[in-house]
Design a protein around this ligand. Sequence first.
Ligand code: CMP
Length: 146
Amino acid sequence: PRQNTLALIKPNSAQEHKAEILEEIKSKGFAIKNQQEKYLSEEVAEEFYKEHKDKPFFSQLVQFICSGPCLQLVLSKENAVEDWRMMMGPTDPNRAKEVSPDSLRARFGSDILHNAVHGSSSVEQSDREIRLLFGDLSAAVTSTEG
Ligand code: CMP
């Protein structure tokens, strides 16, 4: 089925590799239904990553994601959630370099915290994340470019 997914190009990657990442996303057949480049507030970042709030790396994660503007994208295609996760590669860039060297995390990530990109883990998570970052789900997923 056609799905939406929320893709986040994290700070530094959003500045340094934006054009290349956007080209690759389009070449893989994703429609970009919405995009905005902005800082996440600490409050939004904590809510975005709330499933990790008890992890030892939580405060570092929030600090990093708020350290510069993120490129926030609503991507759409058949099987978008899984296909974007494939494009990203494994969470840890060091593992990504071994098993998926062409992936975005292998190419642009430096360590598990600074791993370049994020993607929703399910359609339900995607809806939640889009609502959180774009405010209104149905408005955010109404395509203007096909
Ligand atoms: P992301 O897909 O954005 O979702 C949660 C993030 O937590 C993940 O990417 C990593 O950047 C980060 N993360 C996961 N495990 C660790 C860890 N052990 N140390 C630091 N950061 C981590």
